[in-house]
Ligand binder design. Structure first.
Ligand code: GLN
Length: 550
């Protein structure tokens, strides 16, 4: 079977949930035994989102090969249980960068380099190269942005050409659009969809399937209208309604027949979907026995997307522990020694998030201090681990001015410091310690118990490390350094032995948590938080009507 290509475009507006639709379709096809990968093409000029502020862009998702990518790749990995790579996320910046480098090398043999054919060729080769990089039955390519935007045009043109290049029957075009409800008229409106399809068609790309995002059921009249005016069959109009949980969307798409239509149209040889495990997971997250509250301390908390993978990993960890994790979002800027008690006294766990720069550090230190002194489960991720180390160095080791050189270059006790190989790096993009590294874990530790393995690999995204010249003092005063990178003897994990659960990790465990493989530290952190909640009367039993997925 040759590789089939599915292109997913979006119309009318952004934020229709294209990423979740792609991930859900991917999940359904994987459940039918197909080998699938999902790719995101982003029409912005940044070479990757690594240099973007999380308020702009949400979380930067890091792949195993160390690419800094769009957060939709996190959905693809979590839903499909696959690994993605640099090739799964391509931006306009990267495409132009590569084309301009080739031009400087003389690769275009004296030609005038133009958007068509050179930029479009480069886009096409990114799609086909991904398809050929593995034994894929299907590549789903999500085109970021909205049809009609100037910056989307080269992508639409590349897709139009590719349908011709690889054969129309090997490709499918899915268009996601909005069907708004006008409450004054009490009507769903199809006109925006018609316009969006018209715009797409003007660029030479016809949709084969229309996924209509709507707040209300689409009745027959609406479906017929969309089918007739957008040139698709009745069964090719798929309704996408709001979901209680994103993890229910695969079932909703299955009910609407999305995977069935895709398989028929692409003539794929596929079995029935086996979604038993997925169903078990969705029922677990919809019917938990208990709920607990975990504080998430960070400086971008107004924008929940900035911590997407952490939130999802907590949901996965909650499912394993039969409990719902409510997040108390705490802005680290607002936390002080004076108000920390009122903010944290009734939470069952504290998670201090990754981050960059000095803003909000005092609040994070106050949170680490409170959790340490009061026996509240603490999970420090990357900067959250560095804060736990600084707090310990200051208040237990007595190095009052201990700091990270990220915030105080002249610190007397730079307990967190730049690695020598980072010191002369000037460029910001893609120059951190990125991607998968080994971590060797000491036995008789909470971390080892959680993983059940001595050697693990986790993804990284940081410049600073625990200072190897000063770390002896942490150990002398009772902090356990329990995980190390074997090649470079870098501290990867810290624990406090006389504490119910106090773990800091230099890496980002949240990136690899999936529905089928919840990340062990998140599972264990939720377990410890649930125990803390039960021991301290903080756990709330949940009595709701049971949700059953048919
Ligand atoms: N700013 C810190 C560093 O660069 C932590 C980074 C992070 O939390 N991802 O090391």
């Amino acid at each position: 079977m040759s590789t089939k290509y599915i292109f997913v475009t979006g119309g009318v507006t952004s934020s229709l949930g294209k990423g979740i639709i792609c991930a859900s379709l991917g999940r359904l096809l994987v459940a039918r035994g197909l080998n699938v990968t999902v790719q995101k093409l982003d029409p912005y000029i940044n070479v990757d989102p690594g240099t973007m502020n999380p308020y702009e862009h949400g979380e930067v998702y890091v792949t195993e090969d160390g690419a800094e990518t769009d957060l939709d790749l996190g959905h693809y990995e979590r839903f499909l249980d696959i690994k993605t790579s640099q090739e799964n996320n391509v931006t306009t910046g990267r495409v132009y960068n590569d084309v301009i480098s080739k031009e400087r090398q003389g690769a275009y043999l004296g030609k005038t380099v133009q958007v068509i054919p050179h930029i479009t060729d480069e886009i096409k080769s990114h799609i086909v190269d991904l398809g050929e990089s593995g034994d894929y039955d299907v590549v789903i390519t999500e085109i970021g942005g909205t049809v009609g935007d100037i910056e989307s045009l080269p992508y639409i043109e590349a897709v139009r050409q590719l349908r011709y290049d690889v054969g129309r029957s090997n490709t499918l075009s899915i268009h996601l659009t909005l069907v708004p409800y006008l409450s004054a008229a009490r009507e769903l409106k199809t006109k925006p969809t018609q316009h969006s399809v018209k715009t797409l068609s003007e660029s030479g790309l016809q949709p084969d399937i229309i996924v209509a995002r709507s707040e209300y059921e689409l009745d027959d009249t609406i479906r017929n209208k969309i089918a007739q005016f957008c040139n698709v069959e009745y069964d090719d109009v798929i309704a996408s309604l709001d979901a209680e949980s994103i993890y229910q969307v695969p079932f909703m798409m299955q009910d609407e027949g999305l995977d069935k239509r895709v398989i028929e149209k692409l003539k794929l040889e596929a079995g029935d979907a086996d979604l038993e495990r997925w169903k078990g997971f969705v029922e677990a997250i919809r019917n938990p026995s208990t709920e607990i509250t975990i504080a998430l301390v960070g400086k971008y908390v107004e924008h929940h997307d900035a911590y997407k993978s952490i939130v999802e990993a907590l949901i996965h960890g909650g499912a394993v522990n039969d409990c719902e994790v409510n997040i108390r979002w705490l802005q680290s800027d607002d936390l002080t020694k004076e108000n920390i008690v009122e903010n944290l006294e009734d939470v069952s766990g504290v998670l201090v998030a990754p981050g960059f720069g000095g803003r909000g550090i005092d609040g994070k230190l106050a949170a680490a201090n409170y959790a340490r002194e009061n026996g509240i489960p603490y999970f420090g991720i990357c900067l959250g681990m560095q804060c736990a180390v600084i707090e310990f160095a200051r208040n237990v080791c007595g190095w009052e001015t201990a700091n990270s050189t990220e915030f105080d270059e002249d610190s007397e006790y730079p307990i967190i410091d730049l690695m020598p190989d980072q010191k002369n790096i000037e460029e910001k993009g893609g120059t951190m310690r990125l991607g998968l590294y080994d971590c060797k874990i000491k036995k008789d530790t909470k971390t080892y118990e959680a993983y059940g393995e001595e050697l693990v690999q986790e993804r990284h995204r940081h410049r600073y490390e625990v200072n190897n010249n000063l770390r002896y003092k942490l150990v002398e005063d009772g902090m356990k350094l329990v995980g190390f990178n074997p090649e470079r003897d870098l501290v990867e994990i810290i624990e406090l032995p006389d504490h119910p659960w106090f773990v800091g990790v230099q890496f980002h465990p949240e990136y690899c948590s999936t529905v089928n493989n919840p990340q062990p530290l998140f599972v264990d952190f939720v377990k410890a938080s649930l125990k803390h909640a039960k021991d301290n009367d903080l756990a709330e039993p949940i009595k709701r009507e049971k949700v059953v997925i048919n």
